[in-house]
Structure formats: structure tokens, C-alpha cells
Ligand binder design. Structure first.
Ligand code: CMC
Length: 434
């Protein structure tokens, strides 16, 4: 079941200058050429902006077949996990590689639940922010600040220390995200409630108030739990690669996750769910769809159809499939079945999928296309969407960080470059520059 060196190899170079490189084989997916010795053997680097052809690591966590629209965590299909598992069980699977037995599950849930509170001193950090600060800016800062609270005694080479850091991050991130929201609306922070499940506790900390009893909302917490599962990991995307790169220096995991949050924030990555809802709002009515499709196809217009296209999926993103089905269900339950944004999204998807431009480029809806609509229907403000993505992705980041540290082949991440600047030249004093 593990990857191995195959009998295969490839030769690079000409005549007697040829060098041979082994080909490594994974469990499934394309073989990879092991070019670690390329520079010493040939004096050449490879050039691969955006890493479209580069495997940066070995990983046992997540497998994507972008052509087939397949996403597996530790071998289990995402659709099956979304239907039959729950978020914390999926976290266990992603972190430890197997579905937990009953006692392991209980121990894990207890372990996470015991770490939901944050150090009281962190409350004061929030006061330094403007009330209208973007929650992702607050998350980057506050998660990074955790390293000031839990770093001195943290040995990243010790598995027990890494486990506690993993529990802490998975447990505290909903508390921090909810606090970022509460701060923005001027309401008091609510302490986590450990009698509630993970998603329900998050909804409570977001929407509860100290002067009213909290009414549990199982439909919403179930839908949110599914959204968490769908976002839990996605192999070596930009934010995960960021976490690995930062972690490869031996930095604090809290600093590494904070960097991952920063990387996720951009509209080409996690920020797309927010951008989708803004775009649907801008489109406004079904009859304006052709105008926006024309703009998306126009090379002189920077506008892109948000929630469409993916670096890896050249087919329907399986996560979008689950969310498309759940959007109807959730909106109906909430009495928002007639929500115009859902109608626009469905029609936009239908027209785009029939359009030659999108077909030729294999542009399909991605996870962000429907998630924003569901989150909005739940009453979650647009600015919190990416924070929720970060909350759910934390387990993936942590699992990948752990895997990287345990991998004896991993080194500090240090890509090379093709230098195109001036060759060496001499300094000219200011008064002699023409
Ligand atoms: N609308 C219109 N045209 C598009 C779009 C789009 N959403 N996405 C790609 N294209 C075109 C692009 O212009 C290019 O056309 P051409 O070959 O004529 O120059 C072609 O498709 C290939 O695009 P690319 O930018 O080279 O592809 P990429 O793999 O570098 O980018 C992407 C992937 C996700 C950044 C891009 O599809 C995009 O910007 N999508 C919109 C933003 C979005 O929904 N992001 C969420 C990604 S999924 C969640 C996550 O992973 O965080």
C-alpha cells in the first residue's frame, strides 16, 4: 500500500551527458520523476511556476483525481463521509489515518472539547482591532498570537506535544472565529459550551446572547457540520503548502496555521465563497446572466466567474455536488426555498456548463459555488465565510504539518529560481547617474 521506487526511470540529457532518474509510484495517481539529484547530476533546475507539475511531498492523507472529480480522505470518498460521518470523526480520520473505534472516538472528542477555551488574556487582543476589521485579518493575528501563549514549552519533534497542539488548534479555532464575529457586531463574547457538539457550539458562540436561552438548531448544525467535512482537507493547495513551508523551518504550528489562514484569504482560494455571493448579488436577476458570462469570457475584462474552475478538478468538484443537493434542503427547511440567489446560481451553472468556453477549458462549479448560499441562508454574514473555511481546514493543515515533521525525507522548503535580472555590475555614485 505504500509508494515505492518502480523499475521505471527516465533519462534526461543527450549522448554521454545523459542522467537517469528513478520514477516513484504512489498507491493511485500519476507516477512522479524523482528529480532530487537533478541539479547535482546536470547543473539544471526545473522551472514550474505555480507548481503545476511538481509533487512537493509524499502524502497519505488526501487523494484527488481531478479528471474524474474524485476526492478521497484516507481512501474514503468525500460524498460518503459527508453522508455518514461527522466532522470530529472525519478529523480523527484525517489526523490518524483510520476511522476511530468507539473508545478512540470518545477520547478524541473529549480531548478536543477540553481545549475549547482560549487564554483569557487573548480577549484583550481583540480590543486593538477596529470593529469593521475583516474576520480573516483578525484570525491571522489571533491564531498567530497563540504561539505567544503556547510556544515556550513546545517541542515540535515530540509527538505528544504535537498532539496537544493539534487538539488546541482544532478546539480553539471556532472560539476565535466566533469571537471575531461577536467583536464586529459589538456583542459580548460567549464562552464555549462543551455540552454542545462542535458545529452547534460554534453556532451558539456566533448567535447566542447572554440574556436569552439558546435554542439548538439541529438542521443548521447538521448542514454546517457537512460544510466543515467538505472543507477539511484538499491535499497540497496554496494554504496547505504554505503551512508545510512555514512548518518546515521548525516554526510554531500556531504561526504556521496563521500563515495558512493568510494564504486561504485570497479570492482565488478560500475567499471565493465570499466573492460568489457578492457576484450573485451583483448579477441580481436571471436575465443579466448572459451579460456576466460574456464578461467572464472577455480577455480584456478581469472579471471571472467566481466559484467556477479549479487548478486540479477538470470535472465537477464532488464537494460542489454535495452542496448543490444540500442547498435545496437547507433553504427549504429555513423557509428560504425562493431565495433569488439560489435561482441565479442554478441558472448560471446550467448556462455555463452548456457554453463552449467553459466546456473547452473544463471549468465546472467548485466547492465555493454553493457553500456561500447555504451559509448566507443560515444568517452567517458574508465576511465570515472564509473564516469558516479556515476553521474547517485547520484539521487538514495540522494533519499535513504532522505528516511533514514525521517524514524523514522532508527538508526546509527552499525553491530555486530562474534569474532574469541584470548580471553583475558596478555601483555608480548618485552624482554620476545619467
Ligand atoms: N471564469 C472565467 N474564465 C476562467 C475561470 C473563471 N472562473 N477560471 C479559469 N478561467 C479561464 C482562464 O481565463 C484561462 O483561460 P485561457 O486559457 O483562455 O487563458 C483558463 O480558464 C485556465 O485558467 P487558469 O487561471 O490558468 O487556471 P488556474 O488553474 O491557474 O486557476 C482558479 C484556477 C481556481 C484560480 C481559477 O479557475 C479561478 O480564478 N476561479 C475563480 C475563483 C474561484 O472560484 N476560486 C476557488 C477555487 S476552489 C476553492 C479553493 O481551492 O480554495
Amino acid at each position: 500500500m505504500t509508494e515505492s521506487t518502480t523499475e521505471k526511470s527516465v533519462k534526461i540529457g543527450r549522448g554521454n551527458q545523459q542522467s537517469e532518474f528513478p520514477v516513484l509510484e504512489g498507491t493511485i495517481g500519476p507516477d512522479v520523476i524523482d528529480i532530487r539529484k537533478l541539479y547535482s547530476a546536470t547543473g539544471h533546475f526545473t522551472y514550474d511556476p505555480g507548481f503545476t507539475s511538481t509533487a512537493s511531498c509524499r502524502s497519505k492523507i488526501t487523494y484527488i483525481d481531478g479528471e474524474a472529480g474524485l476526492l478521497l480522505h484516507r481512501g474514503y470518498r468525500i460524498e460518503e463521509l459527508a453522508e455518514r460521518s461527522n466532522f470530529l470523526e472525519t478529523c480523527y480520520l484525517i489526523l490518524f489515518g483510520e476511522l476511530p473505534k468507539a473508545d478512540e472516538y470518545k477520547k478524541f472528542v473529549d480531548g478536543v472539547t477540553n481545549h475549547t477555551m482560549i487564554h483569557d488574556q487573548i480577549n484583550y487582543l481583540f480590543r486593538g482591532f477596529r470593529r469593521d476589521a475583516h474576520p480573516m485579518a483578525v484570525m491571522v493575528a489571533v491564531v498567530g498570537a497563540l504561539s505567544a501563549f503556547y510556544y515556550e514549552d513546545l517541542d515540535t519533534q515530540d509527538p505528544k506535544h504535537r498532539l496537544i497542539a493539534s487538539y488546541r488548534l482544532i478546539a480553539k479555532i471556532p472560539t476565535i472565529a466566533a469571537m471575531a464575529y461577536k467583536y464586529s457586531v459589538g456583542q459580548p463574547f460567549l464562552y464555549p459550551r462543551n455540552d454542545l457538539n462542535y458545529a452547534e457550539n460554534f453556532l451558539y458562540m456566533m448567535f447566542g446572547v447572554p440574556c436569552e436561552p439558546w435554542k439548538e438548531k439541529p438542521v443548521l448544525s447538521k448542514a454546517l457540520d457537512t460544510i466543515f467535512i467538505l472543507h477539511a482537507d484538499h491535499e497540497q493547495n496554496a494554504s496547505t503548502s504554505t503551512v508545510r513551508l512555514v512548518g518546515s523551518t521548525g516554526a510554531s504550528p500556531y504561526a504556521a496555521i496563521s500563515a495558512g489562514i493568510a494564504s486561504l484569504w485570497g479570492p482565488a482560494h478560500g475567499g471565493a465563497n465570499e466573492a460568489v455571493v457578492n457576484m450573485l448579488e451583483e448579477i441580481g436577476t436571471v436575465d443579466r446572466i448572459p451579460e456576466f458570462l460574456a464578461r467572464a469570457k472577455d480577455k480584456d475584462d478581469p472579471f471571472r466567474l467566481m466559484g467556477f474552475g479549479h487548478r486540479v478538478y477538470k470535472n465537477y468538484d464532488p464537494r460542489a455536488g454535495v452542496l448543490k443537493a444540500s442547498a435545496d434542503e437547507v433553504l427549504d427547511e429555513l423557509g428560504k426555498g425562493g431565495e433569488p440567489k439560489l435561482a441565479i446560481a442554478r441558472e448560471l451553472e446550467r448556462i455555463a456548463l452548456e457554453d463552449a468556453y467553459f466546456q473547452e477549458r473544463k471549468l465546472f462549479p467548485n466547492v465555493d459555488f454553493y457553500s456561500g448560499i447555504i451559509l448566507e441562508a443560515m444568517g452567517i454574514p458574508t465576511k465570515m465565510f472564509t473564516a469558516i473555511f479556515a476553521l474547517a481546514r485547520t484539521v487538514g493543515w495540522i494533519a499535513q504539518w504532522n505528516e511533514m515533521i514525521e517524514d524523514p525525507e522532508q527538508k526546509i522548503g527552499r525553491p530555486r529560481q530562474l534569474y532574469t535580472g541584470p548580471a553583475e555590475r558596478s555601483y555608480v555614485p548618485l552624482d554620476r547617474r545619467g
